[in-house]
Design a protein around this ligand. Structure first.
Ligand code: HEM
Length: 272
């Protein structure tokens, strides 16, 4: 029987990592020093408001990492032998996206009057200026260069990131490569929907293609869920007021609800 306490056992654990600490590895001094309130005197809820946006940006970074890797794996087609990896990563993407939808609940514990304590300090800053959010839309297939003109005050590095996303292949482009690699036509929209019907009716032969199509549809649906959840929260918070980013607010946000990354995948449902 050992008489060592759990704490003593712990001392010998991971000695080779003696240089590294939890705080230094995670850059906690920098991370935890990045929440600077604009309100003075400090409004209680502004810390929550900053924290939640920063958490979103960290997840956006992770999503860009995963979605671009899934896209690259799909660009190799079936011969690249990495379609399983694309499927694996897209499953992770869905789980993260569900977290993004759910964490709006946390922000909704803020009341409109508590938000008003610091809201006037925020203009013209707005989530509308999230470069990573727009990158994710471009990478998913929703490339709209008009957004570049509407961005106010982004850095040249951020502009270069957006330009690069506009130039590079999207997830949808990569999916078309997958279709062609299975000998399926994908040159016109008609070709693609015919090929998708073939895939849907022969899942023995095209199991991976069908799984990837469903994974893209799930990604699309979860993005739509976020937009729907965000606009309802915005209406609860500011009603019909215009946004700090200068848009009409909920009217603009509602105009984006019908966006579909992959309309052909949605149309397929009506054709089966
Ligand atoms: C009190 C909470 C919030 C309010 C009142 C709010 C309000 C708004 C409004 C009015 C817009 C339209 C653009 C504008 O004129 O500003 C907008 C856009 C946007 N917001 Fe929020 N927002 C809130 C929280 C968040 C959070 C937590 C995120 C997470 C990153 C976020 C991300 C975005 C994004 C990405 C857009 C652009 C959407 C698009 O173009 O489709 N917002 N928000």
């Amino acid at each position: 029987m050992t008489t060592e306490s759990p704490a003593e056992n712990f001392v010998s654990f991971g000695e080779q990592g003696a240089q590294l600490t939890y705080g230094s590895y995670l850059r906690l001094p920098q991370l935890l020093d990045a929440q600077h309130l604009e309100s003075d005197p400090p409004a209680h809820d502004e810390l929550l408001f900053i924290t939640i946006h920063q958490v979103y940006e960290l997840w956006f970074k992770q999503l860009l990492h995963e979605v671009s890797a899934a896209r690259d794996a799909m660009l190799g087609g079936v011969d690249g032998g990495r379609l399983w990896w694309a499927q694996h990563l897209l499953t992770r993407v869905h789980v993260i996206e569900r977290v993004l939808v759910q964490q709006i609940d946390v922000l909704e514990t803020m009341t409109p009057q508590d938000f008003l304590e610091f809201r006037q300090r925020l203009a013209p800053a707005s989530g509308f200026q999230s470069v990573q959010f727009r990158e994710l839309e471009f990478l998913s297939g929703q490339k709209d260069p008009a957004y570049l003109k509407r961005f106010k005050g982004i850095t040249s590095a951020e502009r270069a990131q957006l330009d690069a996303r506009l130039a590079e292949p999207t997830l949808w482009d990569a999916f078309l490569v997958v279709l062609r690699s299975f000998g399926l036509a994908a040159d016109s929209e008609r070709d693609v929907s015919d090929s998708l019907r073939t895939v849907a009716h022969d899942r023995d032969q095209y199991a991976v293609v069908w799984a990837l199509a469903e994974a893209l549809l799930q990604h699309d649906e979860l993005a739509a869920n976020w937009r729907a959840r965000h606009v309802v929260m915005v209406e609860r918070m500011i009603g019909s007021k215009s946004g700090t980013g200068g848009s009409s607010g909920s009217t603009y946000l509602r105009s984006r609800l019908p966006v579909q990354y992959y309309p052909v995948l949605w149309a397929l449902r009506s054709e089966l």
